[in-house]
Design a protein around this ligand. Structure first.
Ligand code: AMP
Length: 400
């Protein structure tokens, strides 16, 4: 079975064609600048050179058409015909409270995605455009929506409610939703495999640390608490997002800077986080380098980030009443021994004891970096959201 995984952004589109018999990727690629001058597709077939194609791409239909043409191209394509695509799996940002799992796309699902545009104004319209474009270009091929929020719908009310009048939750659905659900779900399932235990027996804390970061408490396979909230702005300080703040700071800045609500929201999402604090970069590699060279504010940003992660891990261990494993994933979690070791330094009370040699040698593979006998295992697991989307898609299509 072959599944095409599509992740549409407002002006970009990532794709991957997965062979579900081998769980291998046959080709992947990225379309950039959709609707803008200079649009291009970078297509990377497995085992051969990348192909860069420039084209006029006024909308997502044109982008999907170009992707499909690349996949079946006689020279650099990887399948003979579009009929070889058995299903399409779409990453969708927000499903609100209506969806708690992946679903076969029909009119009701499209309407649910549309109704959540208010909650995911940047992503949901693009996700929907991708779905409609596939319906047009490969009609009859089953399509599945895999929501970034769905995994967290298992959270109990005490986790998802904020301290505001209940009527506002009822009227506007203001609550914690959580994001990165596909990644947290994938790595927690892999963790169970690595630990050789059933996920229904495990208490895990999954740290997805990248440009956007979130931490999730996973009890017996279900998300019970997560750090991102109503939007991805809440929780840890991130590359450019502020993370948790005293809400009064928002009106304070608006008054001082004479900014609108949209302006302050844009500021908190794009100009804060480690970028704002350090004044150096949103990229953790740049920060680590600058800190090594003696840049005090870069070091400060790293210290605040590590402090935040430890704080969340401690809180989640308390909620879970103990923890069997802590997972590090995403760009930073997978690749920075320094960040992992700084975070784990004071987690001995949980039974964490990492082996520094394993911590510094792990590269791009799954590894338990704990010392022998450590009660709480520390796992580095490369995330694979595309594979998770393809697995869910296969499961849903096979049920039909
Ligand atoms: P992601 O959003 O998951 O792609 O993660 C991107 C973040 O991971 C960026 O801030 C990168 O600087 C960081 N990152 C990637 N590789 C490394 C590395 N080897 N050391 C430190 N940070 C890294």
């Amino acid at each position: 079975m072959k599944v095409l995984v599509i992740n549409c952004g407002s002006s970009s589109l990532k794709y991957q064609l997965m062979d579900m018999d081998t769980k291998n990727s046959l080709a992947k690629g990225l379309v950039e600048r959709i609707g803008l001058p200079g649009a291009m597709l970078t297509h990377r077939p497995k085992d051969s050179e990348k192909e860069v194609i420039t084209a006029e791409l006024p909308d997502h239909v044109a982008a999907i058409k170009l992707v499909l043409e690349a996949i079946v191209d006689p020279e650099f394509g990887v399948i003979n015909s579009l009929a070889d695509i058995d299903a399409v799996g779409h990453r969708v940002l927000h499903g609100g409270e209506k969806v708690s799992g992946s679903v076969l796309i029909d009119d009701a699902v499209k309407q649910a995605i549309e109704e959540c545009i208010e909650l995911g104004p940047l992503h949901n319209p693009a996700n929907l455009a991708g779905i409609l474009a596939c319906e047009k270009m490969i009609p009859g091929t089953p399509q599945v929506a895999v929501f970034d929020t769905a995994f967290h719908q298992s959270m109990p009310p005490e986790s998802y409610l904020y301290g505001i009048p209940y009527e506002l939750y009822e009227k506007y659905k203001i609550r914690r939703y959580g994001f990165h659900g596909t990644s947290h779900k994938y790595v927690s399932q892999r963790a169970a495999g690595m630990l050789g235990k059933r996920i229904e027996k495990l208490k895990l804390i999954s740290c997805h640390l990248g440009n956007g970061s979130s931490i999730t408490a996973i009890k017996y396979g279900k998300s019970v608490e997560t750090s991102m909230g109503f939007t991805p702005l809440e929780g840890l300080m991130m590359g450019t997002r502020s993370g948790d703040l005293d809400p009064s700071i928002v009106s304070f800045i608006m008054n001082k800077e004479k900014w609108s609500g949209d302006q302050v929201n844009d500021f908190l999402n794009k100009r804060c986080g480690v970028l704002g604090l350090s004044g150096v970069s949103s990229d953790f590699r740049d920060l680590q380098k600058a800190a090594e060279e003696g840049n005090v504010r870069a070091q400060l940003a790293l210290d605040v980030f590590v402090h935040d992660v430890k704080k969340y891990i401690g809180a989640y261990a308390a909620l879970l009443d103990g923890v069997d494993g802590i997972i590090f994933t995403a760009g930073l979690g997978e690749n920075s021994p320094l960040i992992r070791s700084s975070i784990c330094e004071t987690l001995g009370y949980l039974g964490v004891n990492i082996d520094e040699e394993k911590n510094t040698t792990v590269r791009g593979q799954e590894m338990d970096i704990s010392k022998w006998g450590a009660k709480c295992r520390v796992l580095v697991i490369p995330t694979n959201e595309e594979l998770m989307i393809a697995l869910d898609t296969k499961e849903i299509v096979n049920q039909e």
